[in-house]
Design a protein around this ligand. Structure first.
Ligand SMILES: CC(C)(COP(=O)(O)OP(=O)(O)OC[C@H]1O[C@@H](n2cnc3c(N)ncnc32)[C@H](O)[C@@H]1OP(=O)(O)O)[C@@H](O)C(=O)NCCC(=O)NCCS
Length: 163
């Protein structure tokens, strides 16, 4: 059974493992790179796994192993809005609803912060993720930005009303 669990400092090394797997598996889907984060110390992962008022991370757990991850950032000045980041499901666990469960977890957190709209950015070459987000109710806003790690790509902004 898959469970969706908020991150805690005790799960810092699980976070490290799943995040590095995500960066290796889908390099152009994220703002960061495997080369950069592979250098983070365990202390840095513990800090990252410590809950902050303006950010949250959930892991999808299959027993003791993480099979998915999602993060959310709260921005009070714009909206307020929650931006969904770091979305990844292990290839072994795709298309069985894990991604949808992870987005539901962020949606619940965002609603608890009185946020009515979720935002995210997705690279224009990621047709699978774009189809997934559209399937669960996100739509392109029309805004695009250059993708920092590859000048050939742009990022589409997508959003979803959760009010
Ligand atoms: C995008 C991703 C997170 C989807 O996760 P997932 O667990 O496979 O998605 P789910 O099983 O929850 O799918 C939810 C819905 O999206 C649809 N969907 C999922 N994968 C799809 C695909 N490859 N193509 C079209 N639709 C898809 C499903 O049909 C499902 O709807 P349904 O339940 O009514 O059939 C996963 O493919 C992934 O991790 N990709 C690599 C990392 C990545 O690109 N992250 C996004 C960064 S912006």
């Amino acid at each position: 059974m898959i469970t969706i669990e908020p991150i805690t400092p005790q799960k810092a090394l699980t976070l490290k493992d799943v995040r590095l797997r995500a960066l290796q598996d889908t390099p152009s889907a994220f703002g960061s790179t495997h080369a950069r984060e592979a250098l983070f110390t365990d202390e840095m992962w513990i800090v990252r796994a410590t809950l902050q008022p303006d950010r949250v991370t959930y892991l999808a757990m299959d027993g003791q192993e993480a099979c998915g991850i999602i993060g959310g950032f709260l921005n009070l000045e714009e909206g307020p809005r929650v931006t969904l980041v770091s979305m990844w499901v292990a290839p072994t666990h795709r298309c069985v609803g894990v991604g949808q469960q992870l987005v539901q977890a962020i949606t619940g957190w965002a609603k608890a912060q009185s946020v009515g709209r979720l935002f995210l950015q997705v690279t224009n070459n990621n047709d699978l993720a774009i189809a997934f987000y559209q399937r669960i109710g996100f739509a392109k806003t029309g805004r695009t930005e250059p993708y920092p790690n590859d000048p050939n790509l742009v990022e589409y902004e997508m959003s979803k009303d959760i009010s």
